[in-house]
Design a protein around this ligand. Structure first.
Ligand SMILES: [Zn+2]
Ligand SMILES: [Zn+2]
Length: 391
């Protein structure tokens, strides 16, 4: 039988279980590095499907690696399964997890015939913004020996090469001195004012940044009582730029805005995190074109993305993977408009019929891309990506 047909038949036998898995993960949202249920469910299904599974790899309890086949072409399928605080699976990582498994099951069916090693990497905590799952897994060798890596990410519409930019998340802590806000205000050092000044400075900075730069954040602690001068405040911010290099430059300017708040009020400033940023995504041309042909064969045109593919979108730690292993990160449409990622309405769309269809199409397009890669050889990946890592 044609390998792509055989892979599809294997997917079809698992389809209902994969949709059930997607919906189950969606119904039990877990935050980054706390994805105990999702990780266990995925490992269980992979074990049942005959994969050799190692859970808790690289000192990350909710990460895992699962392998089938032992061929010379080693393809990695990344499964994400973390959710967002308060709005659950509003980024649809339940679909990412289930489609990665579906692709792995389908590709494993023809692994021996085509010389494939199929590796599923369970990558926790994509949404945390710093020192995330893939970054730590990369550092600790989980991607060593892989020739290609891929995943699909749900979005309102299909996009082959979303403009995924670099990002750095950091925590800001300001420390002042408490005092009675009315009786002894002159004795207080106002740590809330330090953040107010920083936010004003950031507002002014926006005139002088690139149109593709992003600065956004929240105050996570603003004080304890209106009649006590706030002595402890904190904030969490994300800075983004088109490249890691531009990001480093912008982050310095942003840090100075926080320093301005501390200087003006006399509060002490501490910034933590920001040390392991997300890199911009480098889409491998060869893999992207193979995926394009396969997703088109499944009836998705990829037309209509228009300016969506050129405007800066989000960021992902798959960008860091793409710097080391030839990678793709296509967006798979779930027909959710006007709802977009990180909205509660989008979460509702992530278990709809189009979402279940996206799971299937994404899984098959990835499996078929693995098959094409096995047939044409990994030398074809060298066009625009770094050398694959040595085994
Ligand atoms: Zn997200
Ligand atoms: Zn996401």
């Amino acid at each position: 039988m044609d390998p792509k047909r055989a892979a599809q038949e294997r997917f079809d036998t698992a389809r209902d279980a994969l949709i059930d898995l997607s919906h189950r993960i969606h119904a039990h949202p877990e935050l980054g590095f706390e994805e105990e249920k999702a990780s266990a469910w995925l490992c269980e299904m992979l074990t049942d499907a005959g994969f050799s599974v190692e859970s808790g790899i690289c000192a990350l309890p909710t990460a895992f690696r699962a392998r089938a086949g032992s061929g010379p072409v080693n393809v990695g399928l990344c499964a994400e399964y973390d959710s967002l605080p308060g709005i659950g699976h509003a980024c649809g990582h339940n679909i990412i997890a289930a489609s990665a498994l579906g692709a792995a099951f389908a590709a494993a069916q023809v692994a021996d015939e085509l010389g494939l090693t199929v590796t599923v990497i369970g990558t926790p905590a994509e949404e945390v913004g710093n020192a995330s799952g893939k970054i730590l897994l990369l550092e600790r060798g989980a991607f060593d020996g892989m020739h290609a890596a891929m995943m699909v990410h749900p979005a309102p519409i299909d996009m082959l090469r979303a403009k995924i930019i670099a990002a750095s998340m950091f925590e800001v802590h300001c420390t002042g001195r408490e005092s009675h806000a009315s009786a002894f205000p002159e004795l207080g050092v106002n740590a809330a004012d330090a953040l107010t000044i920083a936010q004003t400075a950031l507002g002014l900075l926006r005139q002088h940044i690139r149109s593709s730069d992003r600065i956004h954040g929240i105050v996570t602690h603003g004080g304890d009582a209106p009649n006590v001068v706030p002595a402890h405040t904190s904030a969490r911010y994300i800075v983004r730029s088109e490249t890691l290099e531009q990001l480093t430059e912008l982050r310095g300017k942003v840090y100075r805005c926080f320093e301005a708040g501390a200087l003006a009020t006399g509060a002490r400033l501490e910034i933590t995190g920001g040390d392991k940023p997300y890199a911009e995504m480098q889409h491998n041309e060869t893999l992207a074109e193979l995926y394009r042909a396969n997703i088109k064969a499944l009836g998705r045109s990829l037309a209509g993305a228009g300016e969506w593919e050129t405007r800066p979108s989000g960021s992902t730690d798959m960008g860091n993977v793409s710097r080391v292993v030839p990678s793709i990160h296509p967006m798979i449409g779930i027909d959710s408009l006007p709802a977009v990622n990180h909205q509660p309405d989008f979460a509702a769309h992530c278990v709809s019929a189009p979402a279940d269809k996206a799971l299937r199409d994404g899984a098959l397009a990835m499996a078929w891309t693995c098959i094409d890669l096995a047939r044409q050889g990994v030398a074809s990946l060298q066009s625009n990506s770094p050398e694959p890592q040595a085994k």
